[in-house]
Design a protein. Structure first.
Lengths: 225, 225
DNA sequence: AACTTTAACGTACAAATAACGTTATCTTGC
DNA sequence: GCAAGATAACGTTATTTGTACGTTAAAGTT
């Protein structure tokens, strides 16, 4: 039983919503291959016994200074020709980031680090466009049957903030009144005794999401609009 | 940028439905590690530039003689300790098999090859129980929003056959009349001018599924019962 | 106090779901 | 040939959910 050795990388597709736009975190490459192209943060598996998710976490931290994020495996790409250096398999991960408190910092082997709107991406290195397309689709499904959207929001948020996340991801507007009704009736929102003073009009009530309360619900709510 | 080399395997979780029972195809291992344990058909990535799916197809053929099947990537496991030989990453695949025309044949390095009911599995090698649990869950979701169930049926089948596939996978009975209504109204079934003479009572009409017709539907049907 | 803007609540019809009942068609056995 | 038994196939109703709207409330601004 011959066991060929393989080079394995991890790549992380990190999303955040800012001002109603769904954005992807990209790194500008300083070295070949794909020098000066933008790509996903990621890199090779290192030490013996480093798990895939640990490698994704490490690379994301090294290349962007982002830590403590939600990570979920997307898909593993191993097609011939996806990397000019030969067969390199990559395990891709999805990360969902809260905008608040991020302090981006590029690593030494990057010439840039920036958020890009998911619908206005530059030409990308490797098959990273494919990974983004795949992960974007996954995210669209995910917010419909899981509370993933809350991972993109600060701890306290208004119903409007929540709706903007859904609209940014779905790429369309949803009916404001039906949106409220469904979320308020689902039992996943905890009403706070605070209001937000964002605009200069009527302040909106703040809510928070409780993972524990969510788990206790008799059956899983669905958030389709 | 040091690039550690990694051993990579593929493992395939093959399902079939027989007599109303959802079964998993397992191989009894002749060699260490986990000698004489049952496990999923699979093995190491070989030649340079063999894709993951190609390797899964090859291993499934070599170890079970099964070919021409639907394959879909499940998840890639790379935890420390999942293989006693050290860090070995495995990409797992889901296969859906039609019972008809299968000619199982074990390879030389197996001491057994058999179908096992998904709910009565023996102790399994590596983390294969985890892969099965994961893939079983995926299959449950999959038949609700895709025509995956048809991949487990012969080309011509009765509504009863179809319902038995759903019940075997969901692990519960569903209302016969609502089941018929939803499928007949969904537009995915093509009625044939033939009947099935299975039992010794009233013959049932045969249907077939057309992938092309399915694609043409205005919106995707959902098969939740 | 009137105006503007966002927040929050409410209503009506259509569609889908879920839980049932009934009729039809075949084989078997008398 | 006909009743019995079993599966196939069609139908009905109440309830829930979805969808498309209209209305009122509360803040700041002028």
């Amino acid at each position: 039983m011959p066991s060929e050795l393989v080079r394995v990388t991890v790549d992380t597709l990190a999303f955040a919503v800012q001002q109603g736009s769904l954005e992807v975190l990209l790194v500008k490459r300083k070295n070949e291959p794909f020098k000066s192209f933008w790509g996903l943060p990621g890199g090779f598996l290192l030490e013996e016994d480093e798990s895939l998710e640990a490698a994704a976490t490490r690379e994301l931290y090294d290349e962007t200074n982002v830590s403590n994020v939600y990570l979920e495996q997307l898909y593993t790409f191993g097609d011939k020709g996806r990397d000019p250096r030969g067969r390199i398999i990559t395990a891709s991960y999805l990360a969902l980031l809260r905008q608040e408190g991020l302090e981006l910092r590029a690593s030494a082997d990057a010439s840039g680090l920036a958020w890009w709107p998911v619908n206005e991406l530059p030409p990308l290195a490797f098959d990273h466009q494919r990974i983004i397309t795949y992960g974007y689709q996954r995210l669209k499904y995910k917010i419909e049957y899981s509370p993933a959207a809350f991972k993109l929001l600060p701890e306290k948020f208004t119903l409007r903030d929540l709706q903007m996340v859904y609209e940014a991801i779905l790429g369309r507007t949803v009916d404001n009144r039906n949106f409220r009704k469904k979320f308020l009736g689902s039992g996943v929102l905890q009403e706070l005794n605070e209001t937000s003073q964002e605009g200069s009009y009527r302040p909106a009530r703040l809510y928070c999401f409780s993972e524990q309360d969510f788990e206790k619900l008799p059956d899983r709510p669905v958030f389709v609009f």
